[in-house]
Ligand binder design. Structure first.
Ligand SMILES: [Zn+2]
Ligand SMILES: [Zn+2]
Length: 92
């Protein structure tokens, strides 16, 4: 079964998006943005032109077996380097 790729950050501004974050927005291709940027784009994905919707939250019990992705998607608009904060995420 295909699994939704819970990307760790916004593709535009590189804001961190935890798996439980209600701020995450995704398109049908799992392009991932923060709520702020999704609003700015009118909830239309700049990559594919599709609609952006709130990302479903995976229950914590399932994250143990199906962890969120830690692979950041590079973006030309990103202002900071990729991967710097990955170790900090997922530790609660
Ligand atoms: Zn963003
Ligand atoms: Zn897209």
């Amino acid at each position: 079964m295909a699994l939704l790729d819970l990307k760790p950050g916004c593709e535009c501004c590189d804001a961190g998006l935890l798996p439980a974050s209600s701020e995450a927005r995704i398109c049908t291709y799992e392009c991932t943005y923060c709520a702020t940027y999704a609003d700015e784009m009118g909830n239309i994905c700049k990559n594919c032109g599709g609609s952006l919707v709130p990302r479903p939250i995976r229950p914590a019990a399932h994250l143990a077996d199906r962890p969120a992705s830690t692979i950041r998607v590079p973006c030309s608009r990103s202002r900071v380097g990729n991967g710097l904060n990955i170790e900090l995420w997922g530790q609660t």
